[in-house]
Design a protein around this ligand. Structure first.
Ligand code: GTP
Ligand code: MG
Length: 471
């Protein structure tokens, strides 16, 4: 027995040592600034041998390994042949007080891609390896500097192009969503522990939490999850922008509207119907929101094979749009036939009916949501207010509200909600506590996926491979 135990301990020990070494053994390096010429380039090194490596290539006032953490040092980087590669500033971070949580070095060089490449090559010769995309952030996650939702927010911050998307990503990086999810998880863990405790003491007939109380708790968590789920349409819009398809019959002024919004003559405008054949896609930021506009070919029956293809593409644009601007010529009136077709393609919720050319007539068009003139700009401000309202929905959003903007988080929340609904159903039909607690545990696991309490390599690789190298 003893020998078995000691053998087992030995195997365990070897396993632990192996795990520790393989997880943190690699010291990684990458260029953190975009490739190309600039004022400075920043090279990042992270891992257990960062200080040892920098001491081999850098000569300054003193050895970096002897310097205090959080200090920067001027000096020169040399190659193995003893040639100077560049004058640099080296910043020292000591674990755990760094982005990755590991010992790290940042080297600021002159902003030349060539110099950066030479320095990185030198570092690679000293037993570091090139970082994979997102590996610095992945290490930050693995070292508990960030949870998974926050790590994803880092990617969103980098890619954000509007005030709204930046604010949304900041909100997530600051941990608003994570905190909410964590609260739900803790509540669920408490509830399921109570139920499990009760099962353990089944013979004593003790009650730790009556099922009616459990049900009340689950109900309130489901309601809170519903509130979070409801922020998704809003969150997605602020993160990804709004796809707006401009559609209508030929010659109603779709391209004129696009040009007016862009303040440039982007699409050809003519009095000949059937001018636009392709879908023209442009982006514009209005009031801090990103709009992706799609000007399309006028929809009509035609013999012209190119125009037929154009009309097919118009229909495709309708299908993929968040908002459809159905443009009508005020003088010709509303096209019921086209409206029906649009509803068939994408439902009625997303359509705004527009009467264009209001400068030509004082007539009103029944059932128009907005009357505009693509020539004078009249009514276009109001139109954008409508578009924004429709796109953002009724979300009650303040700086301190958690917002779901990522489909992965949305799906996990839905999964959690469904598990809780199953648990409530079981409570309602007096099914054994074991089943109830399994559902609650599953809900808790689904929530754990959001912040990375439960992950698989696939999930992590999928998330971090979307980052750039050096982040
Ligand atoms: N007066 C007036 N004319 C307009 C207005 N909008 C468009 N037009 C004119 O209407 C004609 C058609 O405009 P376009 O913008 O090319 O129309 P379209 O819907 O893109 O047409 P297709 O690409 O052929 O489907 C042009 O002669 C424009 O100058 C408007 O608000 N007022
Ligand atoms: Mg056009």
């Amino acid at each position: 027995m003893d020998t078995f135990v000691s053998k087992f301990t030995l195997i365990l020990l070897i396993f632990v040592i192996y795990a520790v070494f393989t997880s943190n053994e690699d010291t990684i390096v990458a260029l953190a600034t975009p490739p190309g010429e600039g004022a400075v380039s920043l090279i990042r090194i992270s891992g257990g041998r960062s200080f040892e490596i920098i001491d081999k290539v850098f000569i300054g006032g003193k050895k970096i390994s002897d310097c205090a953490p959080g200090t920067f040092h001027y000096g020169k980087i040399f190659n193995v042949a003893g040639e100077i590669l560049d004058d640099v500033i080296v910043l020292k971070f000591k674990s755990p007080n760094s982005y990755t949580g590991e010992d790290s070095i940042e080297i600021s060089t002159h902003g030349s891609q060539f110099i950066a490449k030479k320095i990185i090559e030198e570092i690679l010769l000293n037993d570091a390896r090139i970082a994979e995309p997102g590996e610095f952030t992945k290490r930050a996650f693995l070292n508990n500097k960030l949870d998974l939702a926050q790590a994803e927010a880092v990617a969103d911050i980098i890619s954000s192009r509007t005030d709204a998307s930046l604010r949304g990503a900041r909100n997530q990086l600051d941990g608003l969503l994570s905190k909410q999810v964590e609260t739900f998880r803790e509540m669920l863990i408490t509830v399921s522990s109570m139920i499990e405790l009760e099962l353990d003491f089944a013979e004593e007939d003790l009650t730790f939490m009556p099922l009616s109380d459990v049900d009340v708790k689950l109900k309130s968590i489901v309601e809170e999850i519903d509130k979070l789920l409801a922020t998704y349409s809003f969150g997605r819009v602020i993160r990804d922008g709004v796809n707006v398809a401009i559609v209508g019959k030929p010659n109603v002024g779709k391209s004129s509207l696009l040009n007016y919004i862009l303040k440039e003559s982007r699409a050809i405008v003519s009095e000949i119907p059937g001018t636009t054949r392709d879908v023209i896609r442009e982006e514009v930021s209005i009031d801090g929101l990103l709009f992706r506009l799609f000007d399309t070919a006028g929809i009509r029956l035609t013999e012209d094979s190119i125009e037929i293809e154009g009309v097919l593409r118009s229909r495709e644009a309708v299908k993929n749009a968040d908002i459809i601007l159905m443009v009508n010529d005020l003088l010709e009136g509303f096209s019921q036939e086209l409206y029906n077709e649009i509803i068939d393609l994408n439902g009625g919720e997303r359509v705004l009916v527009i009467a264009n050319k209001s400068d030509l007539s004082i007539e009103q068009m029944n059932n128009a949501d907005a009357a505009i003139s693509a020539k004078t700009g009249e009514g276009i401000g109001y139109l954008f207010a409508l578009i924004k309202d429709k796109a953002l929905g009724q979300a009650n959003f303040s700086e301190n509200t958690a917002v779901v903007s990522n489909i992965r988080h949305y799906n996990a929340l839905k999964k959690a909600k469904n598990c809780l609904l199953d648990a409530r159903k079981s409570i309602g039909s007096n099914i054994s506590g074991e089943f109830i607690s399994v559902d609650i545990r599953n809900a808790e696991l689904a929530l754990g996926e959001i912040i990375g309490k439960v992950t698989t390599d696939d999930i992590l690789n999928n998330i971090f491979s979307k980052f750039c190298i050096g982040k």
